[in-house]
Ligand binder design. Sequence first.
Ligand code: ZN
Ligand code: ZN
Length: 158
Amino acid sequence: MILDAKKIGVEWESFSFSLQDINLKRLMHDKIVQDINLTCLVKIKREHDRFDFIGEVAGHYNRACQSCLALIKKEHNHNFTIKLLPENDQEFKGTNKKLDLQDCDVDMYQKNQLPADKYIEDYLILELPDSFRCSDNCLGLCQTCGADLNKGNCQCLK
Ligand SMILES: [Zn+2]
Ligand SMILES: [Zn+2]
């Protein structure tokens, strides 16, 4: 969902939409997830040419264990807040850091378009840990035959 920056005012405005696999290809690829079903509530307001953006993301997805590739269902229910700056924001780009942005995350926009899907995807990619295993004791797959060793020994070990 792309919001038109020109239509966003100084009062909070809410938008809701859902995100599935088709909307989150980078997330699927980077974190090996699929069957994504997330409901997003976005609140946004303007401050000059910047925007405060609150995302409330709830739902679930399946993530593959990096050792045995089993798909594990994960619930997701988190909120995040970012500031959106125009891509050519001089103050932010400049060396004299007057901006008090240390405590909040920043994303950029261009051409008066606020791609809400992208901001949520950026956040999810940061939020999800890089490594994921179904359990600390996961035995993984046999290097030779590919059998799932969590389900018992394969013939190779005999
Ligand atoms: Zn596993
Ligand atoms: Zn084997």
